[in-house]
Design a protein around this ligand. Structure first.
Ligand code: NAP
Length: 166
């Protein structure tokens, strides 16, 4: 059975996006995301796929969850549900749920692991949110914190946090 991991970046109030896009540009987080997901299968909602500036992400099998049977994206496959994805991908080692809010909300019910970048800033105009991480269900197993740093182009502090289901 594949390990199902969620990967997300959220503000202090669980904000993850606004107007169909991300909240801020955090190069260190993009690098972290690439390092963790490269070589693996990534699963995303149709709206997140449409938000990607250059379409499917390279060096990864891209799966889009959509009810639209007519969708024919380039370099990506369309699955009709997360249940279908779980069955089809069960022989993989680890698959990554990369958003957005609708997909996180459903996947957090059955995922095994969460890689969360906690951005220490709030975004009042956010319109999509990561679900609350219930501490009675999820155990923090790693945390690495970075202060704002001109050299790495990060204007805000953030932590890479990992949780596993208890
Ligand atoms: N900060 C982060 O880590 C992060 C990561 C990813 C995305 N985001 C942000 O999140 C926002 C997008 O999130 P969102 O919640 O609006 O959309 P989303 O979750 O990316 O996509 C929603 C779409 O997924 C499909 N879908 C959802 N549940 C389904 C189900 N059970 N069965 C079949 N299809 C299903 C539907 O597609 P159809 O309508 O085609 O049927 C639905 O409209 C953007 O602002 C993006 O930038 C942030």
């Amino acid at each position: 059975m594949a390990i199902i991991s969620i990967i997300a970046a959220a503000g202090t109030n669980n904000e993850i996006g606004r107007q169909g896009g991300l909240l801020c540009h955090l190069p260190s987080d993009l690098k972290h995301f690439k390092a963790i997901t490269s070589g693996h299968t990534i699963i995303m909602g149709r709206k997140t796929f449409e938000s990607l500036p250059a379409g499917s992400l390279p060096n990864r099998r891209n799966i889009i969850i959509s009810r639209n049977k007519d969708l024919q994206p380039e370099k990506a496959e369309v699955f009709p549900s997360l249940d279908y994805a779980q069955v089809k991908l069960m022989n993989e080692e680890e698959v990554f749920i990369i958003g957005g809010a609708q997909i996180y909300r459903q996947a957090i019910e059955f995922a095994d692991k969460i890689y969360l970048t906690r951005i220490f800033a709030s975004f009042p105009d956010a319109d999509v949110f990561f679900p609350e991480i219930d501490k009675s269900v999820w155990k923090e197993i790693a945390r690495e914190t970075f202060m704002p740093d001109k050299d790495s182009n990060s204007a805000v502090a953030f932590s890479f946090v990992e949780y596993i289901r208890k």
